[in-house]
Ligand binder design. Structure first.
Ligand SMILES: Nc1nc2c(ncn2[C@@H]2O[C@H](COP(=O)(O)OP(=O)(O)OP(=O)(O)O)[C@@H](O)[C@H]2O)c(=O)[nH]1
Ligand SMILES: [Mg+2]
Length: 192
């Protein structure tokens, strides 16, 4: 279903976006692999722009899965070399995207499976919970995790940390394109 996804729009004024039916939103720290995950999910190489430089995605990038069903790539948070003005713009974009839009939505917070969750990830989760927006966790870069740590352990630990059921934690490696079947199933179910 997702392999026909196309780029729709890149905006900083989220209010300028038309209405949609459903939006799967990807958030997370800068450089954690949000854009890489979107490419892997859609079985495409260059749909979402990937960069070695953190802070690459500085606008809200919208991809259309099919009519009215969108994947949204949010700019990453926690990138140090961002001005105060840019931080304010980021906050406004995310607020407009997640809180103000009425569409059916699901939010994935992408974390680094090797580094573990950061304070900003917990802040994001708390902020979402404060608005009653449910979220799921994607632990990416599992290829960097030592072999003696199992995916089951990552899931249960993340579930505990974020106070969510571990079935809502997905472990993937966008680089190796591993572990996407459960996440794909989740997103396809959401778009049904
Ligand atoms: N080892 C490893 N590297 C990865 C993985 N996924 C992404 N990367 C690398 O991490 C870097 C950042 O990837 P992006 O997909 O651009 O990250 P992003 O979260 O979209 O970053 P911003 O747009 O800056 O917020 C790139 O160099 C990717 O090649 C993974 O699963 N494993
Ligand atoms: Mg990106």
């Amino acid at each position: 279903m997702l392999n026909k996804t196309v780029f729709f729009k890149s905006v900083t004024e989220v209010d300028s976006l038309p209405k949609s039916a459903a939006e799967a939103i990807f958030s997370g720290r800068s450089n954690v692999g949000k854009s890489s995950i979107i490419n892997a999910l859609c079985s495409q190489k260059n749909l979402a722009r990937i960069s070695k430089t953190p802070g690459r995605t500085r606008s809200v990038n919208v991809y259309s899965v099919c009519w009215g069903k969108w994947i949204i790539d949010l700019p990453g948070y926690g990138f140090a070399r961002v001005s105060h003005t840019e931080k304010k713009l980021w906050n406004r974009m995310i607020e407009e995207c997640i809180i103000r839009r009425q569409s059916k939505k699901t939010v994935y917070i992408v974390i680094d499976a090797f580094v573990g969750p950061a304070e900003l990830d917990f802040n994001m989760a708390d902020w979402l919970s404060g608005y009653n927006v449910p979220f799921k966790i994607i632990a990416n870069k599992c290829d960097k995790v030592p072999k003696n740590i199992t995916e089951k352990e990552i899931k249960s630990k993340a579930g505990e940390c974020f106070n969510i059921d571990e079935s809502n934690v997905f472990t993937v490696s966008a680089k190796k394109r591993n572990g996407f079947s459960k996440l794909l199933e989740d997103i396809v179910n959401f778009f049904k």
